[in-house]
Design a protein around this ligand. Structure first.
Ligand SMILES: Nc1nc2c(ncn2[C@@H]2O[C@H](COP(=O)(O)OP(=O)(O)OP(=O)(O)O)[C@@H](O)[C@H]2O)c(=O)[nH]1
Ligand SMILES: [Mg+2]
Length: 428
């Protein structure tokens, strides 16, 4: 199976917890605070590895969690930072945030890195909470939770040239005679279900990657036939080779075919029309082909080069390949997404939208439920085994306005308030 889209879960490592500790010194009954900070959790990092060609490996492993930072230690020793979790991806991987459906990275260059889930920072040890008023605090922070998210990985083939055309016009046959690729060839429609890639070498030693794409039909951009899931592979190609059955074996008019396919490309993405095209008039070994070609040339208005060939008898291939190689040399790469900066690192960073610090809802039994990313993070960073930490947490909630908001929603003394798996009483 050809896997070209997969949804995975990534989570950065949590930060290590801060430590509560005190110095032990001779003659000093209780020395100053000496609890170290926790280490940083590992990031989950995508790294492009040009040895990979597919997203196949992600079929079996879809969860990637980086390690937690080490906890802080006594004598003010920091916990060690955790190592990053490196996840290899093939060139051509587009990373999409599953929630927002935004493209967050477009990974094309070998070795390119993208931090997809940041590890949390280490919690502070009690040394950091010392103040003149409280020189020996019994308080430490838990580590910050690592970022977590679902992302969709999409593989866009990195072919230089894409073969497009109706089913059965001979696209796979052409690829099979100009490269070592062995695509399936047959006289029924949609023989090719997934794109095939082949490396083509011209007689004068130039080479390029050619993709044989599933056949297109009218309405493809709306999902008819194999639809636009394959049209997106054309987006990466610099040159489009438009294959036409000039023998009109199925009774369609070759020029009509040409118009229909171009319309599909245009409907799918206007920018595809910016790609230079080469027309391949295939099946020239058949009777009528010569006549059809003449009529085709008369109707053709654009200045697009036409190469008459027969994939089966291998006629006309040499000149065609030279023309493709020439065109590739003069055609720049096309940026894929409008949002992309023309920077070397094609990683797109987006401002995260500011989520509300907390929201309050009510359970069917009347319990108040406080939720929200920010408040939950504070919760996770609180060490509930220590009185002082709990008091600090209560102060933080008050400062965020949680108490006021609960009061506004009608909370009274003694009402139950829930935050994650923690229940507490509202005290006015
Ligand atoms: N006579 C003749 N037949 C050809 C030529 N090229 C391909 N064919 C035949 O056309 C049929 C379809 O060929 P394919 O290469 O599978 O066509 P395709 O465009 O890849 O088709 P799909 O994968 O279904 O989109 C096969 O029966 C081929 O043998 C040619 O140059 N001359
Ligand atoms: Mg085919």
């Amino acid at each position: 199976m050809f896997v070209d889209q997969v949804k995975i879960y990534v989570k950065g490592g949590d930060g290590g917890n801060g430590m509560v500790a005190f110095r032990r010194e001779k003659y000093v009954p209780k020395g100053g605070p000496a609890g170290g900070d926790g280490g940083k959790g590992g990031d989950v990092v995508f790294v492009v590895d040009e040895g990979l060609r597919t997203l196949m490996d992600f079929r079996y492993q879809r969860h990637f969690k980086a390690a937690k930072g080490e906890n802080g230690m006594s004598k003010n020793q920091h916990g060690r930072n955790a190592e990053d979790l490196i996840v290899k991806v093939p060139p051509g991987t587009v990373v999409i945030d599953d929630e927002t459906k935004q493209v967050i990275a477009d990974l094309t260059e070998n070795g390119q890195r993208f931090v997809v889930a940041k590890g949390g920072r280490g919690g502070r040890g009690n040394t950091r909470f010392a103040t003149p008023a409280n020189p020996a605090p019994e308080i430490a922070e838990n580590g910050e939770p690592g970022e977590e998210r679902y992302v969709i990985l999409e593989l866009k083939l990195l072919a230089d040239v894409g073969l497009v055309g109706f089913p059965s016009v001979g696209k796979s046959t052409l690829l099979s005679v100009v490269s070592a690729a062995k695509p399936k060839i047959a006289d029924y429609h949609f023989t090719t279900l997934v794109p095939n890639l082949g490396v083509v070498e011209t007689e004068d030693g130039r080479s390029f990657v050619m993709a044989d794409l599933p056949g297109l039909i009218e309405g493809a951009h709306q999902g008819v036939g194999l639809g636009h899931q394959f049209l997106r592979h054309i987006e990466r190609t610099r040159v489009i080779v438009h294959v036409i059955d000039m023998a009109a074996i199925e009774g369609r008019d070759p020029y009509e075919d040409y118009l229909v396919i171009n319309e599909e490309l245009k409907q799918y993405n206007l920018r595809l029309t910016e790609r230079p095209q080469i027309i391949v008039a295939n099946k020239m070994d058949m009777p009528n082909a010569e006549e059809n070609l003449k009529a085709f040339k008369e109707k053709l208005q654009e200045d697009v080069p036409i190469f008459p060939i027969s994939a089966i008898t291998r006629q006309g291939l040499r000149d065609l390949l030279f023309a493709i190689a020439d065109l590739l040399e003069t055609t720049p790469e096309f940026p894929l997404h409008e949002v992309e900066e023309p920077a070397v690192q094609r990683v797109v960073y987006k401002l995260e939208k500011e989520a509300p610090a907390f929201t309050i809802t009510r359970d069917s039994d009347g319990t108040f439920i406080v939720s929200g990313e920010k408040v939950e993070k504070l919760f996770k960073m609180t060490d509930f085994s220590r009185e002082e930490s709990i008091r600090r947490f209560a102060r933080q909630l008050r400062a965020m306005g949680v108490d006021d908001a609960l009061r506004e929603r009608g909370a009274k003394d003694g009402d139950i308030v829930k935050l994650l798996d923690y229940e507490f009483e509202f005290i006015d």
